[in-house]
Design a protein around this ligand. Structure first.
Ligand code: PLP
Length: 453
């Protein structure tokens, strides 16, 4: 019964069950078992209250890119907190960390994305993208041009804006009416939805859904298309190579702004600074968070290209948008140090040339013909795999079985964090993971899949 379980819980677990409302959590289920209390971490490992050492195959929530225990990041926060713990950038003031970070971000973003707006989370960055792209068209004298197009199964955060823009039906069901004038198109999920088409053909088909949608609602009503380079929280869906060039062509043809959500893909995850570099996308505006500070403090940014920035700055009026903690000096100092470390240690090049390809190869070689694994996709240090009941027909397990959660729990119990997204398992380890740790990770994935069988 609940009472007997509860008494076996540690005091932190008991208080957690009593006072803490967890995000994205079935609280009934959680409290039967008790939340696992994470106490400390180092490198790519975390430890729980019982002393278990666990390889963090998710870098927290796709964010602790430099791994845990980086003294330089703690020191950067400490020093900034003692010098200037807070000041705003609203009313004709600025400060060193915000300015230097804006310049550092502009030094790594592609194309002309050189104006940086700060927020505290990916969701706030996405809300900023939504408001700014619509405002852009209003400034162009076309306020009716306000439809945002996104994709099914996209994740863009859980504010009312991010929830509305995202394509997760479970989220749309809760929390009341969504933001209007948002349209969605299919996702480019070749393995799951491509049938017997080639990847190339399916990629074009999925991209042309954008053109169909634009024509259906009228090109002169569309503000922007918003998408992740690789859908992360949707299960790590890597689009076919034909997809992004076609999306780019369609956006140009109808003069639609292209907004790329780099919250997961940004800062080295795909083996380049941004997913946009990996897929050769030229965004007009881009959101980023997570890896920006390696998850050590909350901070996010929106990089704005010349087209939008010039229009905005040609106005003699306020841009009425911002957050108390936009460009927070301590978070900015930590992000600045994060980018420093990434450059000095050549983290992006390591992922691109060394650990990324090794991870992709080792993961596939660890699971040759594993009966549960229908397909593996990924690039750099991000990967997703489809768990299937039958490989030949790609038949999924009945959803009542929750095969993903069974696998995830085996991982948890065997020293590995691997996340389940429905029947897909996803991995996104810290970018500092070395080859020995990649071997360990892949062996554990194999073991846990065997236990799930
Ligand atoms: N956009 C993408 C692509 C994300 O993956 C996430 C979070 O996972 C968000 C936005 C929202 O970020 P946050 O949770 O920091 O609000």
């Amino acid at each position: 019964s609940n009472t007997t379980t509860a008494t076996s819980h540690s005091s932190l677990q008991q208080s957690d069950a009593r006072f803490h409302l967890h995000p994205f959590t079935n609280t009934t289920r959680l409290n039967n078992k008790g939340a696992r209390v994470i106490t400390h971490a180092d490198g790519v490992y975390i430890w729980d209250e019982q002393g278990h050492k666990i390889l963090d195959g998710m870098a927290g929530l796709w964010c602790v890119n430099l791994g845990y225990g980086r003294e330089e990041l703690a020191e950067a926060a400490d020093a900034q907190m003692r010098t200037l713990p807070y000041y705003n950038t609203f009313f004709q003031t600025t400060h060193g960390p915000a300015v230097e970070l804006a310049e550092a971000i502009a030094s790594v973003t592609p194309g002309d994305l050189n104006r940086i707006f700060f927020a505290n989370s990916g969701s706030e960055a996405i809300d900023t993208v939504m408001r700014l792209t619509r405002h852009y068209w209003a400034l162009q004298g076309k306020p009716w041009r306000n439809i945002l197009i996104s994709r099914e199964n996209a994740y863009h955060g859980s504010t009312i804006g991010g929830t509305s823009l995202g394509g997760m039906s479970g989220m749309h069901k809760q929390g009341g009416p969504l933001v209007p004038n948002i349209e969605r198109i299919r996702q480019p999920y070749w393995y799951g939805e491509g049938g017997d088409q080639s990847e190339e053909a399916f990629g074009l088909l999925a991209a042309r859904a954008l053109e169909e949608k634009i024509l259906a609602v009228g090109p002169d009503n569309v503000a922007a298309f918003v998408a992740e380079p690789i859908q992360g929280a949707g299960g790590v869906i890597v689009p076919p190579a034909s997809y992004w060039p076609e999306i780019q062509r369609i956006c140009h043809k109808y003069d639609i702004l292209l907004a790329v959500d780099e919250v997961i893909c940004g800062f080295g995850r795909t083996g380049n600074w941004f997913g946009s570099d990996t897929f050769n996308i030229q965004p007009d505006i881009m959101s980023m968070a997570k890896g920006l500070s390696s998850g050590y403090l909350p901070i996010a940014a929106v990089a704005v290209g010349d087209r939008i920035a010039n229009t905005l700055m040609a106005q003699d009026e306020d841009f009425n948008h911002g957050f108390t903690y936009s460009g927070h000096p301590v978070a900015a100092a930590v992000a600045l140090k994060t980018i420093d470390i990434m450059k000095n240690e050549h983290i992006v090049e390591q992922v691109r040339d060394n650990t990324g390809p090794y991870f992709q190869k080792t993961l596939r070689e660890s699971l040759p013909d594993h009966p549960l694994v229908g397909h593996i996709e990924g690039t750099g240090l991000i990967a997703g795999m489809a768990l299937v009941q039958d490989q030949a027909s790609k038949t999924l397990f009945p959803s009542t079985l929750d095969i993903g959660l069974i696998c995830r729990d085996h991982c948890f119990d065997n020293g590995l964090i691997m996340r389940a997204v429905g029947s897909r398992m996803v991995l996104s380890p810290p970018l500092v993971i070395n080859k020995a740790e990649i071997n360990e990770l892949c062996q554990k994935v194999r073991l846990c899949l065997d236990l799930t069988l």
